[in-house]
Design a protein around this ligand. Sequence first.
Ligand code: MTE
Ligand code: MO
Length: 399
Amino acid sequence: MKRRDFLKTSIAASTAILGTTVLSAGETRQPIDSRKVSDMAFPEKRPLITYSDRPPLLEAPRSTFTRGITENDEFFVRWHLPDIPTYIDPDKYTIKINGLVEKDLEISLKELKTDFEQVEVTAVVQCGGSSRSAFTPIPGGIQWGSGAMGCAKWKGVRLRDLLHKAGLKKEAHWIGFNGLEKAAYYKTPNFVRELEIHELDDHVIVAYEMNGEDLPYLNGFPLRLVLPGYYSDSWVKMLSDITVTDKYKSLFFMDMAYRVPDNKCECETPQHHFKPTKPITYMNVKSVIGYPENGMKVYHNSEIVVRGVAFDNGTGIKSVFVSADAGKTWEKALLKQENGRYAYTEFRFHHKPTKYGKLTFMAKAVNMLGKEQPFAKEIGWNHGGYKYNGIDEVTVEVV
Ligand SMILES: Nc1nc2c(c(=O)[nH]1)N[C@H]1C(S)=C(S)[C@@H](COP(=O)(O)O)O[C@H]1N2
Ligand SMILES: [Mo]
């Protein structure tokens, strides 16, 4: 890495923590995949793009979007609070269910694996702030490229079965989920999410396995909530408590973060923040190119296979179009959809470059409802930098 790049990277990382804007409109910027993986690896992880080590904030590089399933050791990591338990004894771990239930429950991991029906779902986990650094101007927050996402096969038990066993009282309306980690300052609230009962369908599971193995520690060992189709701020890790209430309790993360303007475009200007706001909930349609990467050199007249992944909230991907002329003309890519509607759809597209010099590929996904990705310059801006789904682009050099 050149020294200049190093400075840029570290400035981006430190300003992310201060939450200030790094670049404003019109300034030149690095492509969204310009950050390099770190030299250091966290336990159970290969070296990833590292924004902070306390709490760990790790992004997967672009190359991971060439595969329909993201491996556990390359899966991104996001924690809000620094004090993550350093040791968890799986034999002693329990999950508690209480509040407006007929019977309080405390279920061990073993009981969870033997007393309930085991179910599996392959689903995309994506932070609402993934691709934040592609917005213009760039909003404050972690300056994620597109790698704050991944797709895994999750195994666990249905949340509904657990709630059924506890027995919901008729006033039950909200369900709160809490993880084990603690804030460094006692005033910072725990990471808690609340969901309305009607939001929780059969696909919502409490998972203990990811791609056939125990959850990696940093991805929430030993249990996490899996909400297919939802942004991952609701996928509470190290899940220890489920509390049923009749009224919504005011909570920092749900009330302040992970919200967008409650208007049709979900947009606002940097000068005027729109109110009211609403939680980000369902993911919009998105595709990301995994290969090639920005700045690669490719041979004239050689066969290039553009590869990537597409997904939405579970409606399902209908087509992915690829452009090899910076968006002037589009052709349909070949799709591979073998893991269900909540998983990545893989796409590939063959192209033989016939001109020397710069070549820009773009990818645009369309879902079953006809919703498609907007061009980057048309995308609505919000100050949290959430839900970016602009058409991805990669520029290579034909030599
Ligand atoms: N307990 C707990 N769960 C959490 C969080 C957290 O800080 N603590 N962060 C959420 C957010 S915002 C994201 S993006 C995902 C990240 O999941 P991952 O680290 O497995 O990639 O976890 C979610 N679940
Ligand atoms: Mo997130």
